[in-house]
Design a protein around this ligand. Sequence first.
Ligand SMILES: Cc1cc2nc3c(=O)[nH]c(=O)nc-3n(C[C@H](O)[C@H](O)[C@H](O)COP(=O)(O)OP(=O)(O)OC[C@H]3O[C@@H](n4cnc5c(N)ncnc54)[C@H](O)[C@@H]3O)c2cc1C
Length: 462
Amino acid sequence: MSLESFVEEARRIVGPRWVLVETWSLAGYAIDYWPLLVYRALRDPRGALSRGPAAAVLPGSEEEVAALLEAAQRFGVRLAVYAGGSGVLGGAVPDEGWVVLDVARLDWVDWFDEEAGIVDAGAGAPLAEVEGWLNRRGWTLRHYPQSLPEARIGGLVATRSTGQYSTGYGGIEERVKGLHAAVPGVGLVRVKPSPRRSVLPPLEQLFTGSEGLLGVITRVYLEALPLPECELRVHWRPGSFREALGEARSLAQRRLAPDLYRIYDEQEAPVALGVEGPAAIGVYEGPCRVARARLEAAAELISSRVEVEEGEGPASRWLRERFNVIASIARLLEIGLAFDTIEFSAPWGSAARVYEAARSAALSVEGVAYVGVHASHFYPSGVALYMTFAFDAGRLEEVYGAVWDRVMRAVSSAGGSISHHHGIGRMRLPYLKLELGEEGARLVARIKRALDPQGILRGFPL
Ligand SMILES: Cc1cc2nc3c(=O)[nH]c(=O)nc-3n(C[C@H](O)[C@H](O)[C@H](O)COP(=O)(O)OP(=O)(O)OC[C@H]3O[C@@H](n4cnc5c(N)ncnc54)[C@H](O)[C@@H]3O)c2cc1C
């Protein structure tokens, strides 16, 4: 049988210790952080965890990854690429009979070029370790997703992740200066780091956001920056969420937006910041004089009164609590509620319309108890909106799918994009055409076929 032959070959490639086949050692791969799977697992832990993959393989080098792809092609085995498992849409989760390719052992971090600030990180290197390594040397990636404790470099790049300071520093795609990826039938593609190049479409960007569909990222060259000298924390109270969006547009277009910038609507401000809403918080960073000058110019530009926090305040409180997700899940479950989040983006011209449409779509589903929205990534041309909805945990199957379906359609028809930084995973696959159109979706399917003709990696149902 092909699976058995593959497992035998995998043992030869990576060593028997790194091929897992026992049910207990595979259970963890049955879920990622997709709330649908998490809540099902809480309801029926045994059932959920028995649905693990047929096997998991942990390669220790880039060459071993390429050899595993070659073996998977030879034996017709399908692979799910797994890094930190913090994805929220089921992208890393294998179907029955699949094998997991876990990149966790590709976990090195070193300078590629210290003068350039280019760090060479393995796809399995945990972000928290890479950032800690850099901080000890006076450098930073300034990439802080809320999943910082779990996410790994390969997963972050494969999902085009953004962090909490993205308004100032951009998404992970701006940090990626080169990478290596193993591609079925091609081998190990080595894109060397470069500050910028004009040599056909940048191959590193082909894999940035590829979500385990086109190849396996094995190594990433990331551009780091010296740690900022100063940090100024601010908060203010816009008159309405719509007004807050208008202020954000003025600031972003004049490059005066805080490096970390978040605005909360009336529903979410009390929950996230402990203040009446709407509310805005921000952090300006950089050389002290520059950070202060930017803050002063921003405060002059908008009509709300910007307050600088010397001690405690909404921005400081948020910074302290920002990675504490488990406590919120537990608090809601105690009162019978489950929750999920949906992020999307919109150009400024349709941002307020997209906000209203998404909120109404979620609230129109019976069983939804709460909808709150914040905006947390700002661009000269638009904004990312992030919606949290809580619903009756006892009606998971029925309410969850209906909210997602209505929100995806509402966002798209109001002029927004269906995802800003969580990616497609499994949950958004049915909505690809809404975003890319018929022809765009056909092109993606053709790229997939060209790079993975046998479909050994996760695919698109197009
Ligand atoms: C509490 C919480 C907060 C979060 N906050 C944020 C946030 O602020 N910003 C943000 O962007 N995201 C956030 N996320 C989502 C998630 O953390 C990101 O999508 C992250 O980038 C996933 O990284 P990972 O290493 O966990 O990848 P995984 O979950 O293991 O994989 C994600 C996808 O990438 C693919 N993949 C993984 N490794 C590779 C590789 N080496 N080559 C090719 N494909 C690969 C997988 O197949 C899968 O499709 C959050 C998640 C949670 C649970």
